[in-house]
Design a binder for this molecule. Sequence first.
Ligand SMILES: *Cc1c(COP(=O)(O)O)cnc(C)c1O
Length: 206
Amino acid sequence: MTLLAVSKTQPAERLRELYQLGQRDFGENYLQEALAKQAALADLRICWHFIGPIQSNKTKSISEHFDWVHSVDRIKVARRLSEQRPETLPALNVCLQVDISGEASKSGVPPEALPELAEAVAELPRLRLRGLMCIPAPSDDFAEQRRAFAEMRHGFEALRARGHALDTLSMGMSGDLEAAIAEGATLVRIGTALFGPRNPAPTSNP
Ligand SMILES: *Cc1c(COP(=O)(O)O)cnc(C)c1O
């Protein structure tokens, strides 16, 4: 089980403190914010995960500065990440983000389109398809939380049965990590429960 520390809006010094306690994996949502922290923490051996929505004009920088991307949900973005991944770096680890709650407004590939996207991504030479990620609609009901994560696990197992060597089920946040673990999460993405409430985004400061 990997604990991914989700450090969006947290200053670089908070990440450094956690690193000194042994934390190695950090997740960021906003590219510019992440690049500033990476520069401030360049002396540490952090494994950086990009977990936010991906605009296609940001793929070059993402492919150059991260070890993992959890939020790939369309082939166009995957192709760009693969083409732009520098040859000096190992293949970029990717998870496909699945729209498990079926809200069309949310990001993520619809579950019925997942097998086709996985086939296409698995062909890309500079990406390494590792697994699936989801952000289910928030619910306080444990059984409902589990239902969404169970659906993810079934999708994950179905892809493995088709021959994809997946090892990462990225699911569970501060409010639903117990349900995610009960359904087989291999990586939980935790922000608030680790760092406390988030600071307002820098841009929203007066
Ligand atoms: C912010 C965020 C998290 C962490 O959420 P918390 O509720 O603070 O634990 C996890 N995953 C993604 C994709 C996020 O954007």
